[in-house]
Design a protein around this ligand. Structure first.
Ligand SMILES: Cc1ncc(COP(=O)(O)O)c(C=O)c1O
Length: 443
């Protein structure tokens, strides 16, 4: 049967109102930052994966070294139950991840994706205090506009946006901190950052003081809130939160699902604040998009809250594919590439290119752009979308941008770039040219 008909008969896309969806693009292969395929009329297409396929493909597509690691592992062992048993890829990956935290978060709990890594983190924080005697500590503080995934726990600690509103009655209550963000200047200047974040900091202090007895953890995306609209803040805020957590005995959970694996330069975003959280969740870039795998890392304090003769102190959570050897082996290779390709340095270069290209864009389309920002490899601009175009804006941009050579997938009126780290300046420029056309033609 024709692929278009098969799509119509059987596919239900995530996050998509299927009735409003445009015709699908058929993807045939990927190479480096490029994807190749055809539209439903049969026209061949080639486009840059400007959002790293939902922020996972950090080394682009068809990377020879990652492929090699996968091939080698599949000849050896594709999967095995991961309780009572252990294997070389899981051991090696756990050790490498621990090392990336300077062994401050040495315990690694594997799962499948960002949402499950966050479910595990949430359960760990909650049960930690139940196990250790502070049984009133049951609530979570969260930052407004956060996103942590689509399973129930992850939804509950995220923003109650249009996405999740229908499920609200089924979610547990949270204490949400109204957020301010930093200007481009504020992102680079701690004193200015403090001033800009003053309201948020005061509210945080007040909420910790009023609620610490009933609060087990604060949950946050460090430095950049992705799905909330690429909203950015200075590392100073993380330092402040770490201090409050220490003072009030509240655990700090950093959701590094988006920001981890080098997206902001440092392997983890939290490093930039010179702090260490109690628990972190990692997925997406961990495997560079070659397998579904996630990890929740924690310190010894949390681990020892579960380490007991008592069966009821066990973390009763697990998934069939936990610790999958294929996922572990590609993740090991992905971490090696972080060093081999000197990603830290590369991200500085990418940020400089963002700065240059954003300036050009601002100059050419002042009246259509509300705000521009960038942090590490991420850049974003808020654009003025006329009311009558708002409902279909994102879908229009996806279709238009792919056909013009780079996939963009706006979040509301925010157009953003989250490129593979291997992108070069010329390729990044091509993405900005597509944004230029979006501003010129669609707005
Ligand atoms: C910060 C953050 N946490 C968690 C998730 C959920 O990850 P997944 O889609 O792999 O379940 C996402 C996904 O975008 C994310 O950005």
């Amino acid at each position: 049967m024709d692929w278009r008909q098969l799509h119509k008969n059987h596919i239900w896309w995530p996050f998509t109102q299927m009735k409003l969806a445009k015709e699908p693009i058929f993807v045939e292969r990927g190479e480096g930052v490029y994807l190749f395929g055809k539209d439903s009329a049969g026209n061949t297409l080639q486009w840059i994966d400007a959002i790293s396929s939902w922020w996972v493909s950090i080394y682009g597509h068809n990377h020879p070294k990652i492929k090699e690691a996968l091939k080698k592992q599949i000849d050896q062992l594709e999967h095995v139950i991961f309780a009572s048993f252990v294997h070389q890829p899981a051991l090696e990956l756990a050790q490498m991840l621990s090392e990336k935290t300077n062994h401050k978060l040495p315990k690694v709990f594997f799962s499948d994706d960002g949402s499950t890594a966050m479910e595990v983190a949430i359960k760990m924080a909650y049960q930690f205090f139940q196990n250790t005697g502070d049984i009133t500590k049951k609530k979570f503080i969260t930052l407004q506009n956060g996103y942590h995934g689509d399973t129930f726990g992850a939804m509950a600690v995220g923003a109650r946006s249009e996405f999740h509103k229908v499920f609200e009655p089924l979610m547990f209550e949270i204490i949400s901190v109204p957020m301010r963000y930093n200007s481009l200047e504020g992102l680079k200047n701690e004193e200015l950052a403090k001033e800009e974040l003053n309201d948020t900091i005061q509210t945080l202090e007040m909420l910790f003081e009023n609620h610490y007895k009933e609060t087990c953890a604060i949950v946050l995306e460090p430095l950049v809130q992705g799905a909330g609209g690429m909203l950015m803040y200075h590392p100073f805020l993380l330092k402040k939160i770490r201090d409050l957590c220490d003072y009030y005995n509240v655990l700090m959970i950093c959701d590094e699902v988006f920001t981890g694996a080098g997206r902001l330069g440092s392997y983890f975003a939290f490093e930039q604040a010179g702090i260490v959280p109690d628990i972190i969740a990692l997925s997406k870039g961990l495997s560079a998009g070659y397998a579904t795998i996630a990890a929740t890392l924690t310190n010894l304090r949390v681990f020892h809250g579960f380490y007991s003769e008592e069966r009821k102190h066990t973390l009763f959570h697990g998934h069939s594919m936990t610790g999958n050897p294929l996922g572990c082996s590609v993740s090991i290779q992905s971490i090696k590439l972080y060093e081999e390709l000197n990603v830290k340095q590369k991200i500085i270069e990418i940020e400089n290119w963002h700065q240059e290209f954003m300036e050009d864009l601002k100059q050419s389309h002042k009246e259509k752009i509300l705000n521009v920002r960038y942090y590490g490899s991420i850049s974003a601009l808020d654009v003025r979308v006329p009311e009558q175009k708002a409902k279909l804006f994102s879908l229009e941009v996806i279709d238009f941008s792919v056909k013009n050579g780079a996939l963009l997938r706006p979040l509301g009126n925010t157009i953003y770039i989250v490129p593979p780290f291997i992108i070069n300046k010329e390729e990044l420029k091509k993405i900005y040219n597509v944004i230029y056309k979006v501003l010129q033609i669609l707005l």
